[in-house]
Write a protein that binds this ligand. Structure first.
Ligand code: OOB
Length: 557
């Protein structure tokens, strides 16, 4: 039996430090059908009944792919859940998952959910500083790693984490486990112990309670933890799948790290599995790896950040890969410039869908029937009719239609607070529960949002505000500019001056003078023109592949 408390607490998954929705919102979201169904860990049983022999997952070395059917996936989840229970892991325990795109990411995620334990999803590129912070903040009792990934030995890192954070009692290893318990061995022990019986906690988790903790993509300060409930996250995935027209015929490629909200649940892994599609886990997002997978597995849908979209489009223009099966390319996570967006259909043959989302909840999508103009020039509109959005000025008053302001939002899958962050929550959320995104947006006449930048990403040049995003877009229109990031540079006279950091197109070169002339021709005001130009070989990226301005500023000194 499943307990249905709409206000949250009072179950093992009602972890401390979580801000539930007020009861009246819970009642409304349930009545309107947003919040429904079983806890996430139970869902693979239903999928196994409905899609049993169909292929759920494909992963592993390109030459010898591992394939799991829906029935096998459900059994693997029970086996591993039994193994984890044997280690003493129980409902409410937090477990830090630091796995790349391999089968164990999916089986471990569901095994923990099935036990009512709470996965905390770190990204593969995170290292000691972030992992230690996340382990402490979440109060993790276990840490799951691969043996090695991209030349990095995670077992050495795990030793350091265990020494630094004594609450981490277990290290679970995918692959060659060394001194630690191996995930395969745990599953084998679990299979023997459960002897065919299904596994679950004494009391099933409350589906209105916290299921998992995502990591904020924020570029300021240390990552924060975002509590997502079974119901809100299930809605997030299934409604996204509906919007993308996903069916059992689709093959979804996970090119971004599976631990990120976008490829995990927008619709991603969870949305694809919920309709009986096949999920292909790419070990790397490099063109050579993914083009082979797309051709071999007949991939129909995938999701990328703009930096990767650029790489794929550039490579495809040369290599002419077989991407005929690809029908939909979702791009999100950072601003996609319209020119690059327009090159996607001719080179990769797929419809572009812009996704402006956040781990905190709100998802905006361009729709499949929007046409190329809207899909290439806007970041779409909210997923749910119950998503409330406000665009406000500095005082929190609604701006006039079409004017740029900060986006505030609340809704059935947008959190009401970060985990264990009471102080930060007081400013990150309005008193009536809107999440202040920090994103500057405007609403177009077509009813779509356009992201104009981040509230903090504005350079104050002697009292005049220069929007970094806006200038970046203008810079990208110069044929010699392949990538651009605009940051402030300290200046005695004007306080902050404007520094353009660019990567040039292959074989091209450009001077500051030529760039300024180009920008003036485009009608830019004098104060918007860059004062300094720095040409670099590559821009630093965040763990999911967005341009990392904090790191860039640090490198520039
Ligand atoms: C996604 O989630 P996060 O949590 O890594 O980052 C969220 C932030 C947003 O607040 C916004 O600043 C930026 O990333 N962003 C975009 C964007 N999508 C996200 N900025 C401009 N254009 C876009 N299309 O990044 C995320 C989560 C789910 C789906 C897609 C992306």
């Amino acid at each position: 039996m499943i307990r249905r408390s709409l206000t949250g607490p009072a179950s093992p998954t009602a972890v401390d430090g979580w801000v539930p929705w007020p009861a009246e919102f819970g009642r409304r979201y349930a009545a309107e059908g947003y919040w429904q169904g079983e806890p996430l860990g139970e869902r693979p049983r239903d999928w196994a009944r409905r899609f049993g022999p169909a292929t759920a997952l494909v992963a592993g070395p390109p030459t010898q792919p591992v394939r799991l059917s829906y029935a096998e996936l459900d059994r693997a989840v029970d086996d591993l859940a039994a193994g984890l229970a044997g280690l003493g892991l129980a409902a409410g325990d937090r477990v830090l998952i630091h796995l790349p795109n391999r089968i164990e990411f999916v089986t471990l995620l569901f095994a923990l959910l099935r036990l009512g334990a709470i996965p905390v999803l770190a990204l593969p590129a995170h290292r000691r500083v972030e992992i230690e912070h996340l382990a402490r903040l979440s109060g993790a009792v276990a840490y799951a790693i691969p043996d090695k990934h991209e030349g990095f030995d995670h077992r050495a890192l795990a030793r350091e984490i265990v020494a630094a954070v004594p609450a981490v009692r277990h290290v679970l290893v995918a692959g060659d486990a060394g001194p630690f318990p191996g995930i395969d061995a745990l599953a084998a022990a679990g299979a023997a112990a459960r002897a065919g019986r299904p596994v679950g906690p004494a009391a099933p988790p409350d589906p209105a309670g916290v299921a998992l903790l995502l990591i904020s993509g924020g570029t300021t300060g240390k990552p924060k933890l975002i509590p997502r409930t079974h119901w809100d996250y299930a809605y997030n995935a299934s409604a996204s799948a509906g919007l993308c027209g996903l069916t059992g015929e689709d093959v979804y490629l996970v090119a971004l790290p599976a631990a990120h909200n976008f490829p995990l649940a927008c619709p991603g892994v969870l949305g694809a599995l919920g309709v009986g599609a096949t999920v292909v886990l790419a070990p790397s997002p490099s063109p050579e790896t993914v083009f082979e997978l797309i051709a071999r597995e007949r991939v129909t849908v995938t999701a990328l950040v703009p930096a990767l979209a650029r790489l794929w489009v550039t490579a495809a223009a040369w290599e002419r890969p077989d991407t005929v099966s690809l029908r939909l390319l979702q791009v999100g996570g950072a601003r996609l410039d319209a020119e690059l967006a327009r090159r996607i259909r001719p080179t990769l043959g797929a419809t572009v869908q812009q996704v402006f989302g956040m781990a905190e909840g709100l998802l905006n999508f361009t729709r499949l029937d929007d046409g190329d103009e809207i899909a290439c020039t806007t970041q779409g509109r909210p997923l749910a009719a119950a998503d409330e959005i406000r665009i406000v000025d500095r005082d929190g008053a609604d701006v006039a239609a079409g004017t740029v302001g900060e986006l505030w939002t609340r809704g059935p899958y947008t959190v009401r607070g970060y985990y264990r962050a009471a102080e930060h929550n007081a400013t990150a959320f309005s008193p009536d529960g809107f999440y202040r995104t920090g994103d500057l947006v405007r609403l177009t006449a077509s009813g779509n949002l356009v992201v104009e930048g981040r509230i903090k990403d504005v350079i104050n040049r002697g009292g005049e505000n220069v929007s970094a995003t806006e200038l970046e877009e203008h810079l990208l229109t110069h044929p010699a500019v392949a990538q651009a990031a605009v940051v402030a540079a300290a200046d005695e006279q004007v306080g902050e001056s404007v520094r353009a950091v660019i990567v040039t197109a292959p074989g091209a070169a450009v001077t500051l003078r030529a760039l300024k002339a180009h920008l003036r021709e485009r009608g830019l005001a004098r104060f918007m023109l860059p004062d300094l130009l720095t040409v670099v070989d590559e821009l630093p990226l965040t763990p999911v592949g967005k341009i990392d301005k904090r790191e860039l500023r640090r490198r520039l000194g």
